[in-house]
Write a new protein. Structure first.
Length: 272
């Protein structure tokens, strides 16, 4: 079986212009722009890039136009996951992706599959109703998609979604950031754990891994700023001292490697 490499990025939170700061004074777009250069200059070129959601901070068409221009500079295909800050129609219509097979005809759901060198990749949509945000939820239709994919036999499988499903031992994260019916998803995935590489997600703005019942769940650093996630943290706050980052993932015969990297923010585009 051929080796497959991909880059996992998330939570770029691009604004409507290149000089739009977030409400903490951090500039998202220059970080995304630098990240594209970093990926293009890697010594080993990935087969694709996966962005696990929150491409933009708000569902602003101008932000997605800027994101499309930015990520069009990548030398490889890119795929996107629907995040809680995203507008699914803007994702679907405004951001070109690599070859894929759509798994939902619901206009409010972004779910699809694609294959690379004999490996299968599944994108699930965990964006729930607005009244539970920033928590997530999987619809019955999405659970059915997961159930159909999570069979014991088949090619190696990797899953992408935005929200985590397991508590992360950070009080504020565990109260606010999880998929409400995530444990049900986990039970659905168990029959496939022999072929399931990992479940990759974003949302928590930190690189964290959870291993449950033989299934690996892996998040990635935000591409522009991080949350603090220490045990005992009861309210959300940012870890401005942490650099933006990405993961370079190796899918090898019988082995999965997740290599986490950071990069510096462009000078003059940091905090305040």
């Amino acid at each position: 079986m051929a080796k497959v490499y991909f880059v996992h990025i998330s939570d770029t939170h691009i604004g409507p212009t290149a000089v739009s700061p977030d409400h903490h004074g951090v500039f998202p777009w220059p970080c995304a722009d630098r990240l594209v250069d970093v990926i293009n200059d890697l010594p080993v070129q990935p087969d694709f890039v996966i962005h696990t959601g929150d491409v933009a901070y708000d569902a602003d068409p101008a932000a997605y136009e800027l994101a499309a221009v930015t990520f069009a500079r990548l030398n490889m295909p890119i795929y996107y996951v629907n995040g809680n800050h995203d507008g699914v129609a803007l994702l679907r219509e405004g951001l070109p992706m690599g070859p894929k097979t759509d798994l939902s005809d619901d206009p409010d759901t972004l779910s699809y599959a694609f294959e690379v060198k004999g490996e299968r990749f599944l994108v699930l949509d965990t964006r729930g109703p607005d009244d539970i945000d920033p928590q997530g939820s999987l619809s019955e239709a999405q659970l059915a998609v997961a159930r159909a994919e999570a069979q014991p036999d088949g090619p190696p499988l990797t899953i992408f979604m935005h929200h985590p499903i397991w508590p992360l031992n950070s009080e504020w994260m565990d109260a606010n950031m999880l998929v409400q019916n995530g444990r049900l998803l986990h039970s659905i995935l168990l029959p496939a754990r022999g072929r399931l590489r990992a479940v990759f997600h974003g949302h928590v703005h930190q690189p964290m891994q959870t291993l449950r019942d033989g299934i690996l769940y892996s998040s990635v650093a935000s591409a522009y700023t991080q949350f603090a996630a220490w045990p005992g943290d009861v309210t959300v706050h940012h870890a401005f001292e942490d650099d933006p980052g990405f993961s370079f993932v190796h899918l090898l015969p019988g082995q999965t490697i997740i290599h986490q990297h950071t990069f510096s923010r462009p000078e003059g585009r940091s905090v305040k």
